[in-house]
Design a protein around this ligand. Structure first.
Ligand SMILES: Nc1nc(=O)c2c([nH]1)NC[C@@H]1CN(c3ccc(C(=O)N[C@@H](CCC(=O)O)C(=O)O)cc3)CN21
Ligand SMILES: CC(C)C(=O)C(=O)O
Ligand SMILES: [Mg+2]
Length: 263
């Protein structure tokens, strides 16, 4: 049976950690789901790990639709989030048209978009239509050319802004939030103050769940993987075993360990 928003909320309320991984094609989606991953993210990180680009910016809506179709053709158990690509969120009409395609053509269960204050009207409109929304704060890969791949929220002013934006996104109707590369204490505070599941990546252990990029946990990333990730294939006899270990470690709280925390 497929995870639903209500089953994810139930996990969240009971304190069961939500295990999330990216997948971009049918073969991997099958084994990721089989390993017991709760949420599959068809991330625009596909631009980097699949297409070989240096950033996620070149990824198109057609491409995310295509990859979501491949994933959803075989995924029967995981909740599936599709990323809204760079510039598909510039205004309300563009956002709704793109989100509609990810749901209708891609078969996504939820749409994720980066940013806070800037996109409040878009989050509210999607929520009113009935599109489940995941927001994304902290390090925003689509803003890399302006801000770089840098930890966000180390200074008090930015930390306060991120917390405020998280609360505003929740009020606008966000159903879930990804926090990327922020100090663990800030992620813990945001998770505590919100009443929707918060999924962390490089954000410490005290969120409702964890997400990593598939290629990073299998050690097949082009170039250096982020320091908050872990190569699970190194200590596993097969890809299937590596995926299962990741799920187990998220559920038990063994991942992230102290060595995966950003300094
Ligand atoms: N392979 C891969 N893994 C990811 O986690 C990932 C992607 N690609 N692409 C999309 C975004 C971009 N992400 C990134 C990319 C680089 C860093 C990085 O270089 N971080 C430094 C820390 C920087 C600092 O200390 O300020 C690191 O050493 O981890 C972090 C997140 C996370 N996402
Ligand atoms: C890093 C995660 C959260 C993401 O947005 C992606 O894989 O594109
Ligand atoms: Mg992304």
């Amino acid at each position: 049976m497929r995870k639903t928003l209500s089953s994810l909320r139930k996990m969240y309320r009971s304190g069961e950690k939500i295990a999330c991984l990216t997948a971009y094609d049918a073969g991997f989606a099958h084994w990721v789901a089989e390993a017991g991953v709760d949420v599959i993210l068809v991330g625009d990180s596909l631009g980097m790990v699949v297409q070989g680009h240096a950033t996620t910016l070149p990824v198109t809506l057609d491409e995310v639709v295509y990859h979501t179709q491949m994933v959803q053709r075989v995924n029967r158990t995981a909740w599936c989030i599709a990323d809204l690509p760079f510039m598909e969120d510039v205004d309300l009409a563009t956002t709704l048209k793109a989100a509609g395609r990810l749901m209708k053509e891609g078969g996504a269960n939820m749409v994720k978009l980066e940013g806070g204050k800037r996109i409040l009207d878009r989050v509210q409109a999607m929520a009113e239509i009935g599109i489940p929304v995941c927001c994304h704060l902290g390090l925003l890969p689509q803003s890399v050319e302006k801000h770089g791949y840098k930890v966000q929220g180390r200074d008090e002013e930015t930390a306060v802004r991120i917390l405020k934006e998280a609360l505003e996104l929740q009020s606008a109707g966000a159903d879930m939030l990804v926090l990327e590369c922020i100090p663990a204490a800030l992620a813990e505070q945001i998770t505590r103050e919100l009443n929707i599941p918060v999924i962390g990546i490089g954000a410490g252990a005290d969120t409702s769940g964890q997400v990593l990029v598939l290629h990073d946990i299998l050690g097949i990333t082009l170039g250096k993987p982020p320091s908050f990730s872990k190569n699970y294939l190194q200590e596993s006899a097969s890809i299937q075993e590596a995926l299962s270990s990741y799920v187990q470690d998220v559920k038990s709280g063994a991942f992230p360990a102290d060595c995966h925390l950003i300094a």
